[in-house]
Write a protein that binds this ligand. Structure first.
Ligand code: FAD
Ligand code: NAP
Length: 578
């Protein structure tokens, strides 16, 4: 069956029912549903059997929020998107640091719901830059006429489930209240920047930039001295470029990181033509891979492969570049000894590139490769051969304090004009828990998740009826190519809403037993792999006080897809429908 946008999910519940009660007739004709504006200083008005303002409020206008809006409109629902930023694009709106680009190849890191969109959009590079990705997001927004239903510069502060009227009351930072039958969060897994509480941060007299909230006008480091804290993906992408601009760059490294070369390049038009001719097959193949990326996984075990052959395989993947390196063998994240062979290969590469052996040693990671998110770079190790770059190892002693003109670490003062925090995000739960989300009996999601997130399928939570999370904790999300994972969730949620409308169901909520079973599965899978063994943001280790729980579902996209389908086929198994 050709892919027509609904994905696997819509093949299970393909429905074109009449508009839902409460759907604005104006909206159904292409108009815009009205917003009920109530000042938040007013008491909550509880109307019995009231009709909510919208069928759904969607929070966030990144790739997830935009597609959710498009899908709901297509099914005749009224929806309003609330977005904190001034524009669409989410990740690609906020992360404007030099060198920001995707590390899943552009032709795969793209929507697949519209054949026309796939054909008309031209990716220019193997890994698109942030400006190109932002142009793409804006193109999608305009092409599908989404902007008129997005309210920008509006941050959702609170969402409360009104049990009397069985709808959500959503309150914004502008003091507005909206009501909706459903709330769908599309707030992103990596959208709540982490600013570490290093003493003295406010004392720094120069500009401080966070990679996750970069100035829109850009930053010119020419002639400046710059200090960078962090060596994760954002740092690894930006350091080579900042080093070329700055008079001097000092990198503060707490944990040395693994990175593989991107070998980024302009895309050959003949290759693009070929991809366009075969998009459906490529997307179908990708759906059969654990990470939702169409690359070949070598089924062999690394440790059982003779050394010479093993080395040849690694070299081949290294030369090709990108995240496919971890698919050199099938057991790299399952077997310590196998993992060590890959880690040793990369360690040797660092020593080949970095001329000063002592410096190379400090840059050499000692942990499990792929345990923290693997990085993909363009000239990262080479940058440390530059005379204007200094590496400071702060593994054993944390930064003492930020000072007026730099920072103090290991008893030494370092001075610089600008400070860059490449310190990542409060991942997966950060953005969600910044909002005061209250379910049945006024219970806060923050309270429910005080020992770590618990969800059913990574999309729903017991006690929070009619709340859906796109790529929530407990779903494959960040362990996959995010675009197909987003589309999978959006299609599932849209089809679910249609099914509820057809059956006259007003309230959907997972049952405790189903949630417990799912949380158990997520934990069991996590324990099988080496990925849960290090202090990564996957387990919340980068945020002091955050419960240590491996948050994403690591059973792979195909198994997850199968489960989501089975839930639908079982009549929304694991959910109570009212
Ligand atoms: P986001 O793009 O994060 O959008 C969420 C939106 O919600 C934001 O615009 C935010 O302003 C808004 N929001 C949040 N809270 C509120 C609130 N309370 N009220 C109103 N609005 C709110 N994934 C990949 O698969 N491949 C890659 O190559 C890749 N590269 C990445 C590079 C960087 C630098 C980062 C940070 C992430 C990358 N990711 C990548 C992950 C990336 O986040 C996803 O691919 C994808 O863009 C997420 O889309 P989203 O719509 O779910 O969330
Ligand atoms: P990150 O991977 O969490 O890296 C943050 C870095 O800051 C780490 O090196 C961390 O050290 C360091 N750090 C944090 N707090 C510190 C402190 N108090 N003192 C010293 N060092 C500190 O964040 P990120 O680089 O922004 O990447 C987050 C995720 O976004 C990635 O894993 C990836 O999924 C996505 N991303 C993708 C791309 C891409 O290539 N397409 C680019 C950017 C981001 P420790 O390791 O010791 O904690």
């Amino acid at each position: 069956m050709p892919y027509e946008g609904g994905g696997v999910m819509s093949q299970i519940a393909p429905l074109t029912p009449p508009p839902l009660r409460g759907t604005s007739p104006r909206y159904a004709q292409g108009g815009t549903a009205p917003i009920r504006r109530l000042r938040s200083s007013q008491p909550l008005i509880i109307q019995v059997d009231m009709t909510p303002d919208f069928d759904a409020v969607i929070v966030g206008a990144g790739f997830a929020g935009m597609y959710m809006l498009h899908r709901l409109r297509g099914k005749g629902f009224s929806a309003r998107v609330l977005e904190a930023g001034k524009g669409v694009g989410g990740t690609w709106y906020w992360n404007r640091y030099p060198g920001a680009r995707c590390d899943v190849e552009s032709v795969q890191y793209s929507y697949q719901f519209s054949r026309e969109l796939e054909q008309e959009w031209e990716w220019s590079e193997r890994y698109a830059t942030q400006p190109e990705l932002l142009r793409y997001a804006n193109h999608v927004c305009d092409r599908f006429d989404l902007r008129r239903d997005i309210r920008f510069e509006t941050r959702v502060a609170k969402a409360t489930f009104d049990e009397t009227n069985e709808c959500w009351i959503v309150e914004t930072d502008k003091g507005e209240r909206l009501t909706a039958r459903f709330v769908i969060t599309a707030m992103g897994c990596l959208s709540s920047p982490n600013t570490p509480k290093i003493p003295g941060l406010a004392d720094f007299e120069g500009p401080t930039y966070h990679t996750g909230n970069w100035p829109h006008e850009g930053v010119d480091f020419t002639g400046k001295t710059v200090g960078v804290i962090g060596t994760g993906s954002s740092a690894i992408q930006s350091i080579p470029i900042m080093a070329r601009q700055a008079r001097h760059l000092t990198v503060f490294q707490r944990t040395a990181n693994y990175t593989v070369p991107a070998h980024n390049q302009p895309l050959d038009p003949a290759y693009v033509r070929d991809v366009k001719a075969h998009y459906p097959e490529m997307r179908r193949r990708a759906k059969t891979k654990p990470a939702g990326i169409d690359f070949v996984i070598n089924p062999a075990s690394a440790i059982e492969t003779p050394e010479e052959e093993r080395r040849r395989r690694y070299e081949e993947r290294w030369t090709y570049g990108g995240l496919g390196f971890m698919a050199s063998f099938s057991d790299l994240l399952l077997n310590d000894d196998s993992n060590k062979t890959a880690a040793d290969f990369v360690r040797a590469k660092i020593h080949e590139v970095v001329k000063d052996p002592k410096l190379a040693e400090v840059l050499t990671p000692r942990n499990i490769i792929g345990c923290k998110r693997l990085c993909v770079d363009s000239g990262y190790w080479e940058t440390f051969n530059r005379p204007n770059v200094t590496l400071v190892d702060i593994r054993d002693e944390p930064i003492e304090r930020i000072t007026a003109h730099g920072l103090r670490a290991k008893g030494e003062d370092y001075t610089f004009d600008c400070l860059v925090l490449a310190t990542g995000f409060d991942a997966m739960t950060g953005a969600l828990l910044k909002v005061d989300i209250r379910g049945r009996e006024g219970v806060a999601l923050r309270e429910r998740w005080n020992e770590g997130p618990k969800t059913y399928l990574g999309m729903t939570v017991v006690g929070f009826p009619n709340l859906f999370m796109i790529t929530g904790p407990g779903s494959p999300s960040v362990l996959t190519n995010m675009l197909p994972s987003i589309e999978l969730h959006v299609d599932w949620i849209a089809d679910c809403l249609v099914a509820l409308r057809e059956r006259g169901v007003k309230v959907i909520e997972p049952v405790e037993k189903a949630q417990e079973e799912w949380v158990g599965q997520v934990g069991d899978f996590a324990n099988i792999t080496l990925r849960s063994t290090c202090s990564s943001w996957y387990v919340g280790a980068n945020i002091p006080g955050k419960p240590r729980v491996f948050m994403p579902y690591i059973g792979g996209l195909p198994a997850y897809l199968e489960r989501c389908e089975a839930v639908v086929q079982g009549g929304y198994e694991g959910f109570a429908l009212k």
